[in-house]
Design a protein around this ligand. Structure first.
Ligand SMILES: Cc1cc2nc3c(=O)[nH]c(=O)nc-3n(C[C@H](O)[C@H](O)[C@H](O)COP(=O)(O)OP(=O)(O)OC[C@H]3O[C@@H](n4cnc5c(N)ncnc54)[C@H](O)[C@@H]3O)c2cc1C
Length: 391
């Protein structure tokens, strides 16, 4: 196998695909190798916890990356051997002119041995959970953030028995205002999901056909399967082994170059400077993966494009949906502007008199208006925000 190439992309997610696509638009023939540790070619990840459960066909989520005329090597985990050479651990050493690290994130694990927990992130996880659900399994979902809330809603809509355990008082409580979070709790309960808020898991033990989950307050619950969505850690092991600077992700400059000129990083793994927000951040969302991957690819192919995009993110929970731009925490100064309480409205997140984030709850087509508010210079009169954006 000839492992010399012009472009090497490590990662098989949406960022990797977006970068390969962007490279091919500028360079039709330059040899491009993509290494992915997953057994499947790149696919859209968000439908795994949403639309695939609501009837979207599995075929619709593949990104068709191989059609770009690249060498896509699946089941191939890149490692650094001899302190500097990139290899697949099976004797194949890769050399390239430009390298992109699009290694994404690895699910955070519970702080104890947990062989029976499904940390939901990949197609393989989806296929496993789907087979269990089709077999009428009951589920315990640990975590009340993005992934936990989405997969619990998806399973409940599919007809599965679901219990959620999470440490906060309400679903999404880290970012949603208390009223909205409490409303979500009641909506989940109304749809048959059992909730155990303000509980931490202390043990998960397989006993026969069931798995027992014990909470710190001493409760024990049984289910056929346990899923956890408790966040991710940026997958920086390769970057560290290559001697790159890492600090909550791989540090990149405005052109998405790491601390080595020929190595780029993008997507969930990259820590970049947000000019709109005025500080460095790492974003774990689809729009960022696609747009940052695109800019990284273009720059690898010779452009000098600055990444100054303010990405948005979105989620679907039962019949509620939202888009959101900026940064969010429930302890920001929050202005809630509801057209219909907790069913449709806009929530503004402020710090030091500036809009830092805008949550568009069942409010569509307003992402650019939200971006405009966040990028606007100077302080804003918080009360003047009411009615500023409406869907
Ligand atoms: C279930 C789920 C639902 C989501 N829903 C939404 C949503 O509704 N809205 C939204 O905005 N975002 C959502 N996201 C987040 C979004 O999917 C991520 O931001 C995006 O997938 C990040 O893409 P990435 O390519 O940077 O990283 P990843 O998707 O993590 O891809 C990284 C890839 O690199 C591979 N890899 C890592 N290390 C190596 C190595 N050493 N060698 C070879 N390959 C390696 C991995 O196997 C993987 O294929 C969701 C995520 C999940 C898991």
């Amino acid at each position: 196998m000839d492992n010399r190439c012009k472009y090497l992309i490590v990662g098989g997610g949406m960022t990797a695909d977006a970068a390969a696509r962007a490279i091919r638009e500028l360079d039709k023939d330059g040899k491009l190798i993509m290494l992915s540790s997953e057994p499947h070619p790149p696919y859209d990840r968000p439908p795994l916890s949403k639309k695939l459960w609501a009837g979207k066909p599995l075929d619709s989520i593949w990104r068709n990356t191989a059609e770009l005329g690249i060498e896509l090597r699946l089941n191939t985990r890149a490692v650094v051997s001899d302190g500097k050479r990139l290899s697949d651990g099976h004797g194949n050493v890769y050399t390239c002119d430009r390298l992109l690290l699009a290694t994404g994130g690895t699910p955070r694990h519970l702080p104890f041995a947990d062989p029976d927990v499904i940390y939901f992130r990949t197609m393989e996880d989806y296929l496993r959970v789907r087979a269990l659900a089709a077999d009428h399994a009951s589920f315990i979902v640990i975590g009340g953030g993005f992934i936990g809330s989405e997969i619990a809603a998806a399973l409940a809509m599919y007809g599965s028995k679901v219990t959620m355990i999470f440490p906060e008082r309400g679903l999404g409580a880290r970012i949603f205002p208390a009223g909205l979070s409490g409303f979500l709790n009641s909506q989940y309960r109304d749809r048959g999901v059992d909730l155990l808020p303000e509980e931490n898991v202390s043990a998960v033990v397989r006993t026969g056909a069931k798995t027992a989950v014990t909470t710190r307050s001493g409760k024990t619950l049984n289910a056929d399967a346990v899923i956890a969505g408790i966040g991710i850690e940026p997958e920086v092991s390769l970057a560290k082994a290559l001697g790159l600077v890492v600090d909550n992700g791989i540090i990149v400059d405005k052109y998405l170059r790491t601390t080595r000129e020929d190595i780029y990083a993008a997507g969930d793994v990259a820590n970049f400077y947000s000019s709109a927000l005025g500080h460095r951040r790492r974003v774990e969302h689809e729009d960022n993966a696609n747009s940052m991957g695109t800019v990284a690819g273009r720059n690898m192919a010779g452009e000098s494009e600055v990444y100054d995009h303010l990405p948005y993110f979105y989620s679907d929970l039962f019949d509620f949906g939202y888009e959101a731009v900026g940064e969010f925490a429930s302890d920001y100064d929050i202005i809630e502007d509801w057209t219909e309480p907790f069913r449709k409205g806009v929530v503004y997140y402020l710090r030091s008199g500036r809009v830092r984030g805008v949550l568009l709850w069942n409010t569509w087509g307003q992402i650019d208006a939200a971006r405009g508010l966040i990028s606007a210079p100077g302080q804003v009169d918080a009360e003047s925000l009411r009615g500023r954006i409406s869907g």
